[in-house]
Structures are given as structure tokens and as C-alpha cells.
Write a protein that binds this ligand. Structure first.
Ligand SMILES: [Zn+2]
Length: 215
């Protein structure tokens, strides 16, 4: 399982140190950054609500991905819908339908990425972890395990975690799901790509783009 070698393995103590360091500090950092941003807001007050460049991106919430940078977006340009994996969940489709129906986007991208955390677990693993503890789990060469205290919750058994076995296959599956959704018009092309976290490049998944072609 090569993806485990890509992960840093944190001990419970190091995770606790990271969390202690960030609590309180992060809030101040964000508010300071915002004050600076608002100070230099310029003419962005005049932006229209519909995306000026008429497109939407569905992508992963992974902290290494910055869609504004990797796709060249400024404020007001495009819709960016993010969730774990960039999966075509019911809620992602809700946003895409609003994006087209009410705000006029006419082209959509589904962008997953290499080394996605969603490749590191299955529904059964996530459900088992949550059933024993709600604290942050750790990963090592043997996979995910709980080191935190209980109790957990069995609610995880009622959620489809939309994990990923194969990156290209997940992009194709998501484009196909959006393409065949009854609320999605056939006129909207859907492009499928994988962002490479080692190079910053977007690589097309031709089978996905083919499946997402407009008609
Ligand atoms: Zn991801």
C-alpha cells in the first residue's frame, strides 16, 4: 500500500502538541489576515453574484490544493465546490444544479488529486474507528488505528464515506453520475482531471471528459 509511505506518521503526543499550539492562535491569525484583506478590498464590492467566467469546479478539500491558484481564479470568477475527495455527493450535485440553474455556469470540472486521503480508508475502517473513539486517529504502515479515548459512536455506519479506490475511476464515476443526473442539462460539458500534488499539474482523465461531453 504505497500511499502509507506518503504519509507522515504522527504519534498521539505530537498530534496533541499540534492541536494545543493551534487553539486560539489560529483564530487571531485568521482575524488579522482578514483585517488586512478587507483593508485592501478595492473594487471587489462591485462584483456580481453570478460567476463572471461562467464555470464551476468540484474538487477535494485537501489543504494542499488551492483552486484559485491552480486554475487561475480571481474573486467573482467561478464557483468552487469542495468536499472530502471532491466527490459527486448529493450535496455537491445540489450546488452544481444551483450553479447552473440560478447563476448561469455552463462548464463544470471534476478535479480529484494524487495522494488523496480518501484512498487510505474504507467505509468499514472509518465506521470502526468512529465506533471506538471520536478523537483523531493515527496512521502508520499498518493503516489507521485509534489511540484516543472512547466512547465513539455507531452513527458512522449510516454514512457513505465516498472513499476512493482508484483516482481515475473515481473521476469517471463522478462525471458519469453528474452527467446522468435528471436535474443536470445535457448542454453542460463536464471535464475530468487529476491534480498532481507533486507537480501542481492538472492531468486529464480522457474517459471522464468523454463521459461528460455535452450533447
Ligand atoms: Zn483529497
Amino acid at each position: 500500500m504505497s500511499y502509507f509511505t506518503e504519509y507522515k506518521c504522527y504519534s498521539l503526543k505530537s498530534i496533541q502538541r499540534i492541536m494545543e499550539r493551534q487553539v486560539g492562535k489560529v483564530l487571531n491569525e485568521v482575524l488579522e489576515a482578514n483585517a488586512s484583506y478587507a483593508n485592501d478590498f478595492g473594487d471587489k464590492a462591485n462584483l456580481a453574484m453570478p460567476p463572471a467566467r461562467g464555470f464551476a469546479i468540484l474538487t477535494c478539500m485537501d489543504a494542499r490544493l488551492d483552486p484559485a491558484k491552480y486554475a487561475g481564479l480571481a474573486e467573482g470568477d467561478a464557483h468552487v465546490i469542495r468536499n472530502a475527495g471532491g466527490r459527486a455527493s448529493d450535496d455537491a450535485i445540489r450546488s452544481l444544479v444551483i450553479s447552473h440553474k440560478l447563476l448561469g455556469t455552463t462548464e463544470w470540472f471534476v478535479i480529484h488529486h494524487t495522494n488523496c486521503g480518501m484512498e487510505t480508508f474504507s467505509d468499514e475502517i472509518m465506521r470502526g474507528l468512529l465506533a471506538s473513539s471520536l478523537e483523531t486517529a493515527t496512521i502508520d504502515e499498518n493503516g489507521w488505528r485509534d489511540t484516543g479515548a472512547g466512547p465513539g459512536s455507531s452513527e458512522g455506519y449510516f454514512i457513505d464515506w465516498l472513499t476512493i479506490d482508484d483516482n481515475a475511476m473515481s473521476v469517471v464515476a463522478d462525471v458519469q453520475r453528474i452527467r446522468s443526473h435528471p436535474l443536470v442539462p445535457s448542454s453542460v460539458p463536464i471535464y475530468g482531471y487529476i491534480y498532481d500534488v507533486k507537480t501542481g499539474q492538472l492531468n486529464e482523465v480522457p474517459e471522464a471528459t468523454k463521459a461528460g461531453a455535452a450533447s
